[in-house]
Design a protein. Structure first.
Length: 229
């Protein structure tokens, strides 16, 4: 991987400080960033992206291009890159999820255009920002309580957030696809979002705090409190 040039570096730093993750927090300089040309070939990356590609958990490099483990995800990513480098003037080309075989939360990928002038290249580039959601996710019970979801709706929403597909969940949950679609429609309405991708980003952005469980010896009983008065 080659280093980021000054033009691309300036855009990269600006994107990392201005762009936000699903929870609305600054991505900082930990975002994995890839610059690709109109053919999808990788031009530059930062260290985080290089490490991610080498790990191969969800996204890797093949023939010099970013490649997902699922062919339809690779095709969509290439389409977003082509759209971003077409010179339409749109601020971004779109976003998508890329599943991971490890069962961990899906990668959230955003693709934005970078003009040749901005990047100081002979051609426009696509900037691919990859957000890796925390493994520490909200539970079914908490999600249901937060948004008034049924247990089945919360289970479905969390499965989708992990990158699973509806068709795969039919056999896993033992229900019809029409049932899942009804549950998804209801969950979208209750969560106040319109699309499945919006629901996934919403869930990924819910902050989770692990509360330590106090040992029995550290908990004051009513008798202890009375005795100290």
């Amino acid at each position: 991987m080659v280093g980021i040039s000054w033009g691309a570096h300036r855009i990269f730093v600006g994107a990392c400080f201005i762009s936000t993750d699903p929870g609305g927090q600054s991505l900082g300089l930990t975002a994995a960033v890839i610059f690709a040309d109109p053919s999808g070939r990788i031009v530059e990356t930062n260290r985080q992206a290089e490490a991610l590609l080498r790990l191969g958990d969800g996204l890797t490099m093949r023939d010099g291009r970013p490649c997902a483990q699922r062919s339809f995800e690779t095709a969509k990513l290439m389409s977003l890159i082509a759209e971003a480098t077409a010179g339409s003037g749109a601020p971004n080309a779109g976003c998508m999820l890329i599943g991971r075989d490890s069962g961990r939360p899906a990668l959230i990928v955003r693709v934005a255009p970078v003009s040749a002038q901005q990047a100081r290249y002979d051609t426009a580039l696509a900037m691919i920002l990859i957000s890796i959601p925390s493994d520490n996710r909200v539970s079914e019970r908490e999600l249901a309580e937060l948004y008034g979801l049924s247990r089945a709706e919360a289970r479905l929403a969390l499965a989708l957030e992990r990158g699973k597909r509806m068709n795969d969940l039919v056999s896993e949950f033992g229900v019809q696809i029409t049932t899942l679609r009804t549950q998804l429609s209801s969950a979208l309405k209750k969560c106040g979002v319109e699309r499945q991708s919006d629901l996934v980003r919403l869930i990924a952005g819910i902050p989770v705090v692990d509360l330590p469980r106090p040992e029995r010896a550290d908990v004051a009983t009513q008798e202890d409190l009375i005795g100290t008065t």
